[in-house]
Design a protein around this ligand. Structure first.
Ligand code: PEP
Ligand code: MG
Length: 325
């Protein structure tokens, strides 16, 4: 199997009915970058910047951050990289930074909430990202947005940093794109307001499903109580696809679902054409894509999605077996 996947490295991920699917990897350290070439992925759909903060003993300084982001862009060698701004709190702890114990950390003071309340850390990170670009494209993604106003406020801080960069005569990014993660259910009902403002969005299905089903992703007793291939999850995802199509906003999904071939197949059936996953999943997912007829899956899913109350997992397995996926 490994040899079979390696042979697919240079093969573009195109379905039998000619749908190109963008396959990207999730990463968080410089150490992950060789996987980009090895896997033959199209880019880095999620770079988790908190990793540098989590393995460090103190806050990484502006220079250290800039150096890392620059090396990441150097090694990506022109393939797109989406840098997610710091997402700490919840399950992601940094030892030297304690916001105080919280009863419900997943629902607490984390990610963009921290960034907006204590903008110094966020602004330093944005400054590092903008400095690292040096004539290259910079894509910044904001985690845990639950209200359009948070995106607007963060975007304001980013624009301010860009102005400062220009004022100081430093090299600018050739292009700056700012996107949001769709991982808090409240955002599902604001997409018509959010999408016109964002350059792209990426679904964080790990958090989106945890919040949608009120089931802690790190608690095994409850995390498997719902099925990501059940009608509720799939209908929520379909809603996002439809809205992104309506507003012509580039859409990706970067949660764990994307790396499981059956789940990835369902995502393509819903209309996703870009997904981001652990590097080891690129081979198996690409093999699935190459043997899939996306439009017949799409038709099959449409037939089932509004009628069913139970998981579509078995139906999807049957579809895959019948059609040789
Ligand atoms: C997600 O929530 O699905 C996601 C990709 O981000 P993280 O797993 O880092 O929370
Ligand atoms: Mg998340």
């Amino acid at each position: 199997k490994q040899a079979q996947y390696a042979a697919l490295r240079e093969v573009p991920a195109v379905t039998l009915d000619d749908q190109r699917v963008n396959l990207q990897i999730n990463a968080g350290l410089l150490f992950d970058l060789p996987h980009l070439k090895q896997s033959g992925a199209d880019g880095i759909g999620l770079f988790r910047t908190e990793l540098q903060f989590m393995i460090s003993e103190t806050f990484p300084r502006l220079e250290q951050q800039t150096k890392l982001y620059k090396s990441i862009l150097d090694q990506a060698a022109g393939r797109p990289v989406v840098f997610r701004s710091l997402d700490v709190g919840g399950d992601k702890v940094i030892p030297y930074f304690r916001g105080g114990a919280e009863e419900n950390p997943a629902l607490g003071w984390r990610a963009i909430r921290m960034a907006l309340d204590k903008p110094a850390v966020f602004r330093t990170q944005i400054r590092a990202l903008l400095r690292a670009a040096q004539g290259r494209e910079m894509r910044i993604m904001l985690p845990m947005i639950s209200d359009v106003s948070e995106f607007e406020a963060a975007r304001g801080l980013i624009d301010h940093e860009l102005t400062l960069l220009k004022t100081h005569g430093r090299p600018e990014p050739s292009k700056l794109m700012v996107g949001a993660m769709v991982e808090v259910p409240s955002l599902l009902w604001q997409l018509d307001h959010l999408l016109p403002l964002t350059d792209f969005v990426s679904v964080g299905s790990n958090d989106l499903l945890q919040f949608l089903f009120a089931a802690d992703r790190s608690n095994e007793r409850v995390s498997s109580r719902f099925d990501s291939l059940g009608p509720t999850a799939l209908r929520a995802l379909r809603h996002i696809v439809r809205e992104a199509e309506r507003f012509k906003t580039p859409l990706t999904l970067c949660g764990e679902m994307a790396g499981k071939p059956l789940e990835a197949m369902a995502l393509i059936g819903l209309g996703f054409r870009s997904i981001s996953m652990a590097p080891a999943s690129v081979g198996p997912v690409k093999a699935m894509v190459l043997s899939l007829d996306a439009s017949s899956l799409q038709t099959r899913l449409e037939e089932m999605l509004d009628r069913r109350t139970t998981s579509l997992r078995e139906d999807l397995k049957r579809f895959a077996a019948e059609t040789g996926v």
